[in-house]
Design a protein around this ligand. Structure first.
Ligand code: SF4
Length: 639
C-alpha cells in the first residue's frame, strides 16, 4: 500500500456508464501533490482548449490530496476541479467536512468524470462497490433537502455531496454542498456537475491509510495538538469561527458595503459574531480531524418564514450578504445564507451578484418590470428571496444574473461594468482592496479570479503601510505559493494562518506520511509550477495576453472610499499598473503578464512554453534573466 495514498483512481464515463479502475499514479502525486496540483495537470493535459466548460469535453474531478484523511491538523479537505464556466479558465474549489477522508477510506484517491450522462445519476461508492445510480427521484431537489433524503435512503454513515437547482439549471456560480453547510463554492463547479447530469456523490468507506512513519507522525502531531490548544487565537476561533472578523474588517475599513461602494457599515453591531452566537447558534461544528471547530450550526427565525437550520454565516457570507446588501438583522442574514445554500449557489458570488443587481436597481438600470413586479432594495429580505428564485431557475432577467456579474454587466451596459465587482468573471471575496493594495493585487492576479484563498494580505498591508504599494508584489507571489499548498495537500489552511503551525512543521508531516524527504523550498517550487501551468492554460484558452485580464473593475481606481475610517483613500490606475509591473517582474513574466520559456523550463514544464509559442503568447525573454527567487518569504502577522 502506498504511503498516504488510498491506491485506486476511478475514471467514469458518464455517457456510457463505464467505470474503470487504475492504480493511483504515485509519480503524478510526487510531482503535483494531489488536490489542486493534480487538478491543474490533468485539466491542462486532457481538456481541449476550445471545450465548452458545460459541454461533454470538460472533465469533472474529485480528489483528496496526499494528506487528507491522515493524522495531521485537519486533513479534511477534498478538491473539485474542472474548466470553470465562470472564468473560462482552469477552475478548482475545495470543501471541508468528511467527504475527502471518506473517499480515501473507501480506497480511492481521485475520481475523473468524463462526458455527460443521458439521464440524471448519482455516484454510489461503498468501499469496493462503485455504481452510477438513477437520480431521477432526487433531480429538482434543493441541496440540503437532497443530502438529507440521500442519508435517509442510504444510511447516515454515507458522506454526501449534492448540487441544487442552481447546478441543475447551469447557473455559472452554482456550488457543491456537503455536510449540511460545507461548500465547494467557487468557480462554478456545481454548474459543471449539473451539466454532466450528476446530482450527487455518496461515499462510505472504512479502510485504513498507510503512512511511512506513523510513530514520528503521531509524536509530532500530538505536540501540535497540545500546543495549539493553548494558542490565544483558539478561544475566539472556537467561539465565533470566522464571524469574528465582521467587526475587525469593519473597523479596518475593508468591509464590502452596499456593493463595495464604501468600506464601513454603520449597522455592523446588528449582524456581527456576538449576534450570531447569542441569537442563532445551536452548536459548534468541526470538519474531520479538526479541534478548532470554526463551523457554527445555527438557526434563522424570521417571522412569516419557516425556521431554518444551516451552517454559518461565516465571514465571507456574512460580509458579502450582510453589509454588502444592507442587511440589519442577524436572522435575516442567516436566512439568506440558507437560501443560497439550499438553492446550491455560491454564497460569495451570490452576495456579489445580489449586491450588483441592487445597485443596478437603485440606479434604474433594472426596474420592477424586469423583476416580475418586485423591487430589489437594500436590506429587503423578501426582495432578495424573490431575486434568488429568479436566478436559480433562470427566469426572465434572472438568466442574465445567473451568468455572474461580468456577463450580466455586459448585457445591461450603461456603465454597469464599472461596479460589477469581479476579476476574470469571479466575484470578489469579502474585502475591499482600495485601502489594502496587496489585497487588490491578490484579486487581480489570482488564477481563478477574485478569490482571497490564493493570497490574503490585509495584515501585511496594515503592517507595511496601506498607501504604500512598493514591494507588495513579492509578498503576493509568496502567499500565492504557500496558501494554495493547503488546497494541494487537502488540509485546512487555518492552522497555519491562525494558530502558527509552521510550513516547516507541515512539510515534516508530509515527509512522515510519504517518505518523500522534501523541504519547504521544494514544495514552494511545486506550488509555483502549478501556478504557472494554470496561467499558461488560462492564456491558451483566452488566446490573448495575460495583462488584458488582470484588471479590477473601474470602481477600484475611479471611486475613492466615501465614508468611514477609510474616507478619501483609494488607488490610481497608474498605481495599479505599477503593481502589475512589479508583480510580473517578481514572477519572471514579461510586461504583458506572459510566462517566458526560461521560467517554464526552470520549472520543468517547458511543454507549456511550446504551446504558448504556437499561439504567439510566449513571454519575451527578460533582460538579465528571470529572478532566482520568485516571491519573498513573509510570515503573516497573527491577529
Ligand atoms: Fe473545518 Fe474550520 Fe476546522 Fe478548518 S478550522 S478544518 S474549516 S472546522
Amino acid at each position: 500500500m502506498s504511503n498516504g495514498l488510498a491506491g485506486t483512481t476511478l475514471r467514469i464515463n458518464l455517457a456510457t456508464g463505464e467505470i474503470r479502475r487504475f492504480p493511483t499514479d504515485e509519480d503524478l502525486y510526487r510531482d503535483w501533490h494531489g488536490g489542486r496540483g493534480i487538478t491543474a495537470k490533468i485539466l491542462y493535459d486532457e481538456v481541449p482548449r476550445d471545450a465548452d466548460p458545460l459541454g461533454p469535453k470538460n472533465l469533472f474531478l474529485l480528489n483528496a490530496g496526499i494528506m487528507s484523511g491522515c493524522f495531521v491538523p485537519a486533513g479534511s479537505k477534498v478538491e473539485f476541479g474542472a474548466v470553470s464556466p465562470l472564468t473560462n479558465g482552469p477552475g478548482d474549489s475545495n470543501m471541508g467536512g468528511h467527504l475527502g477522508p471518506t473517499l480515501k477510506f473507501a480506497g480511492y484517491d481521485m475520481i475523473i468524470f468524463e462526458d455527460i450522462s443521458p439521464r440524471p445519476v448519482y455516484l454510489f461508492v461503498d468501499n469496493e462497490t462503485v455504481e452510477l445510480r438513477d437520480a431521477s427521484p432526487y433531480w429538482g431537489m434543493k441541496s440540503l433537502d437532497c443530502e438529507k433524503r440521500l442519508k435517509e435512503d442510504l444510511g447516515e454513515d454515507f458522506e454526501i455531496a449534492t448540487i441544487g437547482p442552481a447546478g441543475e439549471n447551469g447557473v455559472l456560480f452554482a456550488c457543491i454542498t456537503h455536510d449540511f453547510g460545507r461548500q465547494a463554492g467557487r468557480t462554478g463547479q456545481g454548474a459543471v456537475m449539473g451539466s454532466k447530469k450528476l446530482k450527487a456523490i455518496a461515499v462510505r468507506g472504512n479502510k485504513s491509510l498507510h503512512v511511512k512513519d506513523l510513530d514520528s507522525l503521531r509524536k509530532q502531531v500530538t505536540e501540535i495538538i497540545f500546543r495549539t490548544q493553548k494558542h490565544p487565537n483558539m478561544e475566539p476561533w472556537q467561539k465565533y469561527g470566522t464571524a469574528f472578523f465582521m467587526q475587525w474588517s469593519n473597523m479596518n475599513a475593508v468591509m464590502p458595503t452596499f456593493n463595495f461602494q464604501t468600506t464601513y457599515y454603520e449597522d455592523i453591531d446588528k449582524i456581527d459574531g456576538d449576534q450570531l452566537v447569542e441569537k442563532c447558534l445551536i452548536t459548534h461544528k468541526a470538519c474531520f480531524g479538526c479541534w478548532m471547530n470554526c463551523g457554527k450550526f445555527t438557526k434563522a427565525v424570521v417571522p412569516g418564514k419557516p425556521e431554518v437550520h444551516l451552517e454559518g454565516p461565516e465571514y465571507e457570507t456574512g460580509s458579502l450578504c450582510g453589509p454588502n446588501l444592507g442587511i440589519k438583522d442577524i436572522h435575516h442574514l442567516a436566512y439568506i445564507n440558507w437560501l443560497l445554500d439550499n438553492l446550491g449557489l455560491d454564497s460569495m458570488s451570490g452576495g456579489g451578484v445580489i449586491a450588483f443587481a441592487m445597485e443596478c436597481f437603485e440606479r434604474g438600470l433594472i426596474t420592477e418590470k424586469d423583476l416580475e413586479g418586485h423591487s430589489l432594495k437594500w436590506g429587503s429580505l423578501d426582495d432578495i428571496e424573490h431575486f434568488l428564485d429568479l436566478v436559480a431557475y433562470r427566469r426572465g432577467i434572472g438568466a442574465w444574473f445567473a451568468e455572474g456579474t461580468k456577463r450580466a454587466a455586459a448585457r445591461i451596459g450603461r456603465g454597469s461594468e464599472k461596479f460589477a465587482m469581479q476579476v476574470k468573471g469571479q466575484e470578489m471575496s469579502g474585502y475591499d482592496g482600495r485601502w489594502a493594495p496587496g489585497m487588490l493585487l491578490s484579486y487581480m492576479t489570482a488564477d481563478i479570479g477574485a478569490h482571497h484563498n490564493r493570497s490574503w494580505t490585509i495584515t501585511v498591508d496594515m503592517a507595511e503601510g496601506r498607501e504604500n504599494i512598493e514591494g507588495r508584489a513579492k509578498i503576493v507571489v509568496y502567499l500565492q505559493h504557500i496558501r494554495p499548498l493547503f488546497d494541494t495537500w487537502c488540509i485546512c489552511r487555518l492552522f497555519w494562518g491562525e494558530l502558527d503551525v509552521t510550513p516547516e512543521e507541515l512539510v515534516e508531516s508530509l515527509n512522515h506520511i510519504t517518505g518523500w524527504g522534501v523541504g519547504v523550498e521544494d514544495v514552494l517550487r511545486t506550488s509555483e509550477k502549478i501556478w504557472n501551468l494554470n496561467r499558461c492554460h488560462y492564456l491558451e484558452r483566452q488566446r490573448n495576453h495575460g495583462r488584458t485580464y488582470d484588471y479590477p473593475p473601474a470602481r477600484a481606481w475611479e471611486d475613492k472610499i466615501p465614508s468611514g475610517p477609510g474616507k478619501g483613500k483609494g488607488l490610481s490606475l497608474a498605481q495599479i499598473d505599477r503593481m502589475l509591473d512589479e508583480y510580473y517582474a517578481a514572477r519572471g513574466w514579461d510586461k504583458n503578464g506572459n510566462p517566458t520559456r526560461e521560467l517554464l523550463r526552470d520549472l520543468g514544464i517547458e511543454y507549456a512554453a511550446d504551446n504558448l509559442e504556437k499561439l504567439g503568447l510566449l513571454g519575451e525573454p527578460i533582460p538579465g534573466g528571470i529572478p532566482k527567487v520568485r516571491g519573498e518569504k513573509y510570515k503573516p502577522k497573527a491577529f
